[in-house]
Design a protein around this ligand. Structure first.
Ligand code: NAD
Length: 372
C-alpha cells in the first residue's frame, strides 16, 4: 500500500528473519483492517550483509536508513562470523546505524504482563503492574570519551583508561526526551547519576534541574544516585515511571530492569535521534535480544519482542497510538489466553499452551481481528 511512511526493514541474522516474518503478518493486517500502510524497503545487515557484500552494512543501505522515517531491525550475529576481523563483525552494522543516525536516546520499556507475573525472578507482589521506561543516553559518555586506551605508565605497569565526558547540550537533549515521554505516561522522571563522586554526575544533575525549571516544571522530577537506583529497582520498582541516565549506568540499569519482566523474548526498544525542523526524528526499533543461534531456524523463537518493537514504532515515529495500543492489547490477551513460546514456560504453567513462532504470530493476528 502506498503511503508517506517510509520504513526500512532489516531482519538480520539467526532468529531475526523468523520473528520479522510474524511482524509482516501484522503489517498486512494493519493495511487491510486499519488502512495503515508503509512504503517498505527490505535490506541486509550483519552477517547476511557480510556474506553478500563483505561488509556488515553497505553505504547504500546506510543511505536508505538515513532517509527512512523509521528502521525496524531484527538481530545480528552468530557463530559463523565470531572469528571475523573486528571491522567485519556483524554488530558493526548496528553500531554504524546508531552512530550515523545519531540515535542518542535509547528507550527501554520494562513492563510485566499480569499473565507472566510468575515468570519474574522477583516476588509477584513486587513486580505486579510494573510499567517503567528507562532512557539511556546512547552516543556519549565513557564508551566514547577521549582519551581512551592503554599504555605502560611511569612505574612500568600496564594501565588502561577510559574517559567519561558529557556536554550540557548532550545531557539536556536526552533529559528533554524523558520529560516529553513522562507527560504521556504518569508524569514522573527520575534522573540518575553519581553526583556524589563524579563531575559528570554534578553537571548531569544541574542540567536536568535547569531544563526541568525552564520547560517541564509540570512533570515531577526526582534525582537518585545510580547505585541507590539499582537497589530500588529490586526493592520497589513500581515507584518509577521514566528513568533517565547516562550511557554506562543506563546499560546496566536497563538490563537489570529487563530481568524484572521474565524473558528476553518479550522486550522491545527504540533509539531516537534529534527532531528536525519538521519535528521528525530518525529512529530505529529493535528487540533487545540477539540472534539466538541456539534456537535459530527451529521455529521456537518468541516473536513478541519484535512485535512490541513494531508497536513502539507506530507510537513514536508515526503517532499511531491507537494502533500501538491495539497491538499491545493483542499481545497481552494472547498471553492471558495461555499461549507460550518455550522461553516463557517458567513459573506456573497450568493452563498454558506451548506454541512455536508462527503459531504465536497467528494468535496475535487472530486476537487483533477479535478486538476490532
Ligand atoms: P541472545 O539474546 O541471542 O540469546 C540469549 C538466550 O536467550 C538464548 O538462550 C536464546 O535462545 C534466548 N532468546 C533470545 N531471544 C529469544 C526469543 N525471541 N525467543 C526465545 N528465546 C530467546 O544473546 P547471546 O546468545 O548472548 O548472543 C547471540 C548472538 O547475538 C551473538 O552473536 C551476539 O553478538 C548477538 N547479539 C546481537 C544483538 C543485536 O542484534 N542487537 C544483541 C545481543 C546479542
Amino acid at each position: 500500500m502506498a503511503s508517506n511512511r517510509n520504513l526500512l526493514m532489516l531482519p538480520g541474522d539467526g532468529i531475526g528473519p523468523e520473528v520479522m516474518n510474524e511482524v509482516r503478518k501484522i503489517i498486512a493486517w494493519m493495511g487491510k483492517k486499519r488502512a495503515v500502510g508503509f512504503d517498505i524497503t527490505e535490506d541486509l545487515v550483519g552477517g547476511a550483509a557480510l556474506d553478500k557484500h563483505d561488509t556488515p552494512i553497505t553505504d547504500d543501505t546506510m543511505k536508505i536508513a538515513l532517509e527512512a522515517d523509521a528502521v525496524l531491525f531484527g538481530s545480528v550475529g552468530g557463530p559463523k562470523w565470531d572469528t571475523a576481523d573486528f571491522t567485519k563483525k556483524p554488530e558493526r552494522g548496528l553500531l554504524r546505524l546508531r552512530k550515523e543516525m545519531d540515535l542518542f536516546a535509547n528507550l527501554r520499556p520494562a513492563k510485566v504482563f499480569d499473565a507472566l507475573v510468575d515468570a519474574s525472578s522477583l516476588k509477584p507482589e513486587i513486580v505486579k503492574g510494573l510499567d517503567i521506561m528507562i532512557i539511556r543516553e546512547l552516543t556519549s559518555g565513557v564508551y566514547f570519551g577521549e582519551p581512551r586506551g592503554r599504555h605502560v605508565n611511569a612505574k612500568g605497569e600496564v594501565e588502561a583508561f577510559d574517559t567519561q565526558r558529557y556536554t550540557a547540550p548532550e545531557i539536556q537533549r536526552v533529559c528533554a526526551v524523558a520529560f516529553e515521554l513522562a507527560r504521556k505516561r504518569r508524569n514522573k522522571v527520575t534522573s540518575s547519576e553519581k553526583a556524589n563522586v563524579m563531575h559528570t554526575g554534578v553537571l548531569w544533575r544541574e542540567e536536568a534541574t535547569k531544563l526541568h525549571k525552564e520547560k517541564y516544571s509540570d512533570v515531577k522530577l526526582d534525582h537518585m544516585y545510580a547505585d541507590a537506583l539499582a537497589m530500588q529497582l529490586l526493592r520497589a520498582p513500581n515507584q518509577f515511571d521514566v528513568i533517565v541516565t547516562d550511557n554506562l549506568f543506563g546499560d546496566i540499569l536497563s538490563d537489570e530492569a529487563s530481568m524484572l519482566t521474565g524473558s528476553l523474548g518479550l522486550l522491545p526498544s527504540a533509539s531516537l535521534g534529534a527532531p528536525d525542523a519538521t519535528g521528525r526524528r530518525k529512529a530505529l526499533y529493535e528487540p533487545i535480544h540477539g540472534s539466538a543461534p541456539d534456537i535459530a531456524g527451529k521455529g521456537l523463537a518468541n516473536p513478541i519482542a519484535q512485535t512490541l518493537s513494531y508497536a513502539m514504532m507506530l507510537r513514536y515515529s508515526f503517532d499511531l497510538g491507537k494502533e500501538a495500543d491495539l497491538v499491545e492489547t493483542a499481545v497481552e490477551n494472547v498471553l492471558k489466553a495461555g499461549y507460550r513460546t518455550g522461553d516463557l514456560l517458567v513459573g506456573k504453567t497450568d493452563g498454558t499452551k506451548k506454541v512455536g513462532t508462527q503459531e504465536m504470530g497467528d494468535a496475535i493476528v487472530k486476537e487483533l481481528d477479535r478486538l476490532v
